[in-house]
Design a protein. Sequence first.
Length: 137
Amino acid sequence: MLTSDLLHPSILRALANTGHGDKILITDGNYPLDSDVNENTEKIYLALKPDLPTVTDVLETLNTQINFEKAEVMTPGPGEQPKIYAEFKKILTVDDLSKLGRQEFYDECKNATNLKLGINTGETRTYANILLTVGVR
């Protein structure tokens, strides 16, 4: 029996197949995961109902299993930033998040041949998408 926080076998397998510099995407329930990632990305649909699980639930769990060296977020543009960004920073203990415009974020996810895993959640907050780069130990 596994004793870690992460029990999902497909996510565990995908994490085991990632290396330094590979990317993992965690999306809100609005993200078009089927069409806006490359064809080699393993897609996992975790949404059970609205806000179950949330992006931050998944991020907290993945953060106990693997190291991340960079985090990129989809931003609505100038002005007030989504409140979830503060939660991302707290979980990842990073000073800043790299901000990409909506279309730039979609393009990055489609074109990144090293995007190994995409996880769609039940998150209902908008702009709650995060693209993570795997770091070293």
